[in-house]
Write a protein that binds this ligand. Structure first.
Ligand code: RUB
Length: 334
């Protein structure tokens, strides 16, 4: 049997290019990645050229696998793909147009939900911001930006410290966005965090999330756990902003979260002979160091993560956790 490829399925270039952009981090941040994946499934459904329902199903499953294979850590990606694909997986269609419509509707629904969730987190989280706050954030998170922007628009006055976030410097994105809003923002090296917390009397740390596990641990950009430890040492709140599709149903069965290990050249562009380089892109912060998680459904203590999973996924988490998928690399395959 010959191996199916993007070419044999005639996957549109627009879909493959979204997958490549996620892999190469031109599209990045857990929420954006999830919305881009839903959009890719929508485009794939719209542009499918055949007329056979079962070929359409196979083709859509193939596209889903390519998308899920792009980056391993943010659970928002498989959650978004699963949300859209459930429209096909649980149903029997006789007409291609009905199947196509089902995918397009679900993808649109996910994207709209996700955008509303980010702005709802902004509203809920803004209530926690007070005049005079000195807030530290790490990396670049749309959910965190939504909180800060909303609070600022409400007239609250505070200042923000953003870490550079080596090696990809996503902190620069945060700094630029907040400066555009007129929010006082100071960029600091990652290694200055403990010093800044003490010296500037930081009042709150707020970060985003790539994945929240069933026991309430946070998986986020590398360096997050060091910041959480520093906040804990100074007894200041460490707050996480996470839409509910960043909670991982897979972890209910104890499946560990895969930490993406990226190209060492992101750390050291010119290799030094005899020097090994590691470049893990994410780390895990245990629930003990997390004060609260702001979701679009309200604020929860980290230990209630399993309740969110139960509410959002119902009995499905275990079904999902049993699913194993063969990964397909978008670059090697196209
Ligand atoms: C981004 C990162 C962000 C979360 C949350 O990592 O760790 O904190 O994804 O972002 P990367 P958002 O740049 O490697 O994708 O709130 O925008 O979903």
């Amino acid at each position: 049997m010959t191996q199916a490829t993007a070419k044999s399925y005639r996957v549109p270039e627009e879909v493959l290019s979204i997958a490549r952009d996620i892999k190469e981090m031109k599209i990045r941040g857990a929420g954006r990645i999830a919305r881009a994946a839903a959009k890719a499934l929508m485009v794939a459904a719209e542009k499918f050229e055949g007329d056979n329902v079962s070929v359409f199903m196979e083709y859509m499953e193939y596209v889903a696998r390519v998308l899920v294979s792009t980056r391993p850590t943010a659970v928002s990606l498989p959650n978004a793909v699963q949300y859209v694909m459930r429209s096909l997986r649980g149903a029997t269609f006789t007409h291609l147009e009905d199947a196509r419509k089902a995918v397009i509707e679900k993808a649109r629904e996910f994207i709209e939900y996700s955008e509303r969730a980010v702005s709802r987190i902004g509203e809920i989280g803004s209530r926690l911001i007070s005049n005079g706050d000195r807030i530290l954030t790490h990396c670049n998170s749309s959910a965190v930006e939504s909180i800060l922007r909303t609070a600022w628009k409400q007239g609250k006055r505070f200042e923000v410290y953003a870490t550079e976030t080596r090696p990809r410097y996503q902190g620069y994105i945060t700094a630029r966005h907040l400066a555009e809003e007129g929010i006082p923002i100071t960029l600091v090296p990652d290694s200055a965090v403990l010093r800044i917390i003490g010296e500037k009397k930081i009042t709150k740390v707020i970060v985003g999330a790539d994945t929240i596990t069933a026991n309430g641990a946070l998986i986020n950009k590398i360096g997050t756990s060091q910041i959480a430890l520093s906040a804990y040492a100074h007894r200041i709140p460490f707050i996480v902003a996470a839409e509910t599709y960043k909670f991982s149903p897979y972890t209910i069965m104890g499946q560990p979260v895969k930490i993406e290990e990226r190209d060492p050249r992101e750390v050291l562009s010119e290799p030094i002979p005899g020097v090994a380089v590691r470049n893990p892109a994410f780390d895990a912060t245990p629930p003990e160091y997390i004060s609260m998680i702001i979701t679009e459904r309200g604020i929860i203590p980290p230990r209630s993560a399993a309740l969110i999973l139960w509410e959002v996924f119902g009995r499905q988490p275990t079904d999902q956790a049993r699913r194993t998928i063969d990964l397909i690399d978008v670059e090697e395959d196209t």
